[in-house]
Write a protein that binds this ligand. Structure first.
Ligand SMILES: *[C@@H]1O[C@H](CO)[C@@H](O)[C@H](O)[C@H]1NC(C)=O
Ligand SMILES: *[C@@H]1O[C@H](CO)[C@@H](O)[C@H](O)[C@H]1NC(C)=O
Ligand SMILES: CC(=O)N[C@H]1CO[C@H](CO)[C@@H](O)[C@@H]1O
Length: 284
């Protein structure tokens, strides 16, 4: 970290650059017909980075954006994050076959990881082979379901999600997206590299209850599977059979107040893949 003494000066410098950027964008927006007038006036947009000095080369890494209005509810991909069925965690998933240190013009990383790693989405092809063969991959998932108003709820900590638990949550009809925070968050399971089968998830009867008695189409949960380990395939099947419900797993729901948000989740357009890493945010 840079010395605290320099901060005010750097801040001033940054503010100046920002003010200049906003001013120049505002003035170009009058004459430029490449985009509507006024576009680019949003404070903070297009200012680029202020890290022009060596001592401020500290990349920003945050869980919150815009003064706490935007929550990042995706997990970072790290070698020590849990991976399904493994005691060793994800392990190395990034390589740098071309690097500037070895004379390349640029750094170019490659990655290889299971598509159901970290915060990810399941498509119907995950547990139905005929859907897989018919092409119900992550590219076919409805972005209108993956984006919109969402409810964050806490479930009882002493059991898995059963039909009774679902009933008790009293989620009103009309609610289409629900993120279920469970004991998994309290146990910080997504930060433990060993895969843990004792995570909390949906039992088959709860999945069935949700399908039959609610309008929920987006089900989010805070460990690698929405289905409890004991009902792994049956719960997935109940959710995915109708091809309307989308499952988002491995969400990071720590330190967020219960309530209504706008959720935004975007999977990669992986043709032929029944799972995909997904970036999800909540906006207040
Ligand atoms: C550079 O090349 C050497 C020799 O092939 C290799 O051992 C090293 O890991 C490479 N470093 C990077 C950053 O790619
Ligand atoms: C949830 O179910 C798993 C098995 O699927 C079990 O190991 C775990 O103890 C259960 N959790 C609670 C809180 O009952
Ligand atoms: C410019 C840049 O991103 N350089 C990076 C290239 O990759 C090496 C890792 O081998 C990094 O240390 C550099 O920072």
């Amino acid at each position: 970290m840079g010395s605290g003494m320099k901060t005010p000066l750097i801040l001033l410098l940054c503010l100046e650059i920002l003010a200049f950027a906003v001013l120049s964008m505002a003035s170009t927006s009058i004459t430029n017909d490449a985009y509507p007038a006024g576009f680019g006036d949003e404070p903070g947009s297009g200012s680029g980075s202020c890290a022009s000095r060596e001592d401020v080369l500290v990349p920003p890494r945050r869980e919150l954006y815009d003064e706490g209005r935007i929550f990042d509810i995706s997990h970072k991909y790290r070698p020590d994050m849990p991976s399904w069925g493994s005691t060793e965690g994800l392990g190395q998933f990034l390589w740098l076959p071309a690097s500037m240190k070895n004379g390349s013009l640029a750094n170019n990383s490659e990655m290889k990881l299971p598509t159901h790693t970290g915060t990810h989405v399941d498509s119907p092809g995950h547990v139905f082979d005929h859907y897989f063969d018919a092409g119900f991959d992550v590219d076919t998932l409805d972005l209108a379901v993956l984006n919109g108003p969402a409810l964050l709820v806490d479930v009882p900590r002493d059991k898995n999600i059963t039909a009774d638990v679902m009933k008790g949550l009293n989620i009103p009809r009309g609610v289409r997206r629900v993120l279920f925070r469970t004991l998994n968050t309290d146990r910080r399971l997504m930060w433990k590299k060993e895969f843990d089968t004792s995570y909390v998830g949906f039992m088959k009867d709860a999945a069935k209850w949700l399908v039959e008695n609610t309008d929920i189409k987006l089900v989010g949960i805070d460990y690698l599977s929405v289905a409890a380990y004991d009902d792994l395939i049956p719960s997935h099947q109940v959710f995915l059979e109708g091809r309307e419900i989308i499952l988002v797993e491995g969400l990071k729901l720590d330190d967020i107040k219960l309530g209504i948000y706008s959720v935004h989740c975007l999977p990669l357009r992986l043709l032929g893949a029944e799972g995909s890493p997904i970036r999800c945010i909540l906006i207040k």
